[in-house]
Design a protein around this ligand. Structure first.
Ligand SMILES: Nc1nc2c(ncn2[C@@H]2O[C@H](COP(=O)(O)OP(=O)(O)OP(=O)(O)O)[C@@H](O)[C@H]2O)c(=O)[nH]1
Ligand SMILES: [Mg+2]
Length: 199
């Protein structure tokens, strides 16, 4: 099964995207496979409302292990099946505890193993006219030539969302960018088309 990894800094909206994309595809509950940093795998099923309450937060590093779900992408009368993977946010701050460091190592392992990468950037945190932040630049430089890589410019619904988007489009190849709102399901049709083209 093709793995589609959602990667990015903490708090950019990765978990919100996974859950709302599942809702957009018609799911009412989600069954997660959870890879613990210690190595074992567990499963957990939530209704989408329970999952929003439990898994999304304003605090960084809310997701601290690899959470994946199986999704069917409809093509005519058939489906293409993907494994959509939520990950621990990557951060270059100095005071990260050992648990989150291990979780970030898991994210990098998934990065190597995944066929498709959705790199999420939070437009509300994007400041510069000239460059990405360090972590986003590292991810972008590593992946921009890879088939199956897209930048999801999230939170376009917020004030200045589209102004920030034009700044972002100056520092990355704008053909690689899909503007979205993970909260309001904006841009999801484009994300689905991209996935169908690459699965
Ligand atoms: N306005 C707006 N807020 C969003 C959007 N997507 C996510 N958020 C908010 O951003 C915050 C972080 O969302 P999460 O989905 O937990 O982000 P994450 O990247 O999974 O965070 P970590 O797991 O901590 O790395 C929450 O308060 C969400 O409600 C969006 O499209 N628009
Ligand atoms: Mg999360």
């Amino acid at each position: 099964m093709v793995s589609v990894l959602i990667i990015g800094q903490p708090n950019v909206g990765k978990t919100s995207f996974l859950l709302n994309f599942a809702r957009y595809l018609g799911l009412e509950e989600v069954k997660f496979m959870i890879k613990q940093p210690a190595g074992f795998i567990s499963t957990r099923t939530y209704t989408l409302d329970q999952a929003y309450d439990t898994l999304i937060s304003d605090d960084p590093h809310k997701t601290d292990n690899i959470h994946s779900i199986k999704l069917n992408l409809p093509v005519g009368k058939h489906n293409k099946v993907i494994r959509l993977v939520d990950s621990c946010g990557l951060s270059d701050e100095g005071d990260i505890n050992i648990k989150n460091r291990k979780a970030m190592a898991q994210t990098l392992q998934e990065l190597i193993e995944s066929e498709i990468i959705l790199h999420m950037i939070d437009l509300s945190q994007f400041q510069s006219d000239f460059h990405l932040g360090v972590i986003d630049q590292e991810i972008y430089s590593f992946l921009f030539n890879k088939a199956g890589y897209k930048v999801l410019a999230n939170k376009v619904d917020l004030d200045f969302g589209f102004k920030k988007l034009s700044k972002l489009n100056k520092v990355v190849d704008k053909r690689l960018v899909i503007p979205i709102s993970a909260l309001y399901q904006e841009g999801f049709t484009k994300v689905k088309s991209f996935l169908l083209e690459n699965v």
